[in-house]
Design a protein around this ligand. Structure first.
Ligand code: HEM
Length: 147
């Protein structure tokens, strides 16, 4: 790390900086991901959507999502996927499904981490969910009607 990146970090919003917390590493993020998707699979609405999309071995999906959360929280650079196209193809998913997804995520993060740490995971999930929803549901014609 150079002093330049220290300077850059200082002017970045706090929420975009890597989470420097001793309890947050690849192992605890992996445990969060496994527990979260176990709960998702039990959910009566989300479970069937995931079961339909992820046929067979869940190992690669869980590994990908662990990479994703390590990149988000630790700036590890492990994730190289494209979340928007992966969700655009899910045509039956509604905005209400995102509320369910976020409720499960909030509960799982709060069960696993201290409140301050859970709050950072939750805030980032909410922001990413908001941008996925914009990509999936934003309609120019609806926005025009608000003017
Ligand atoms: C109702 C809400 C959601 C549903 C039903 C959903 C469903 C899915 C499904 C079925 C996949 C697997 C797609 C595939 O492998 O073909 C997927 C991938 C993924 N999801 Fe979601 N998701 C939701 C919300 C979110 C949110 C809020 C986030 C982030 C905070 C997220 C992050 C991701 C990522 C990173 C991938 C991997 C994309 C890739 O690189 O292939 N998802 N999601």
């Amino acid at each position: 790390m150079t002093s330049k990146s220290v300077l850059t970090d200082r002017i970045r919003p706090v929420t975009e900086q890597p989470l420097m917390s001793p309890g947050v590493d690849r192992a605890s993020i992996g445990a969060l991901v496994r527990e979260f998707y176990a709960r998702v699979r039990e959910d009566e609405r989300l479970g069937p959507i995931f079961t339909r999309e992820i046929t067979g071995d869940w190992g690669p999906h869980l590994e990908k999502m662990t990479n994703f959360w390590c990149s988000v929280m630790l700036k590890s650079g492990d994730y190289h996927g494209r979340p928007v196209p992966a969700h655009l193809k899910l045509e039956d998913v509604t905005e209400a499904d995102f509320d369910t997804w976020l409720a499960l995520f909030r509960a799982t993060a709060s069960d696993q981490f201290e409140p301050e740490t859970a709050a950072v995971f939750i805030e980032r999930a909410e922001r990413i969910a908001a941008s996925l929803k914009l990509a999936m549901f934003f309609r120019l014609d609806r926005a025009a009607a608000c003017r």
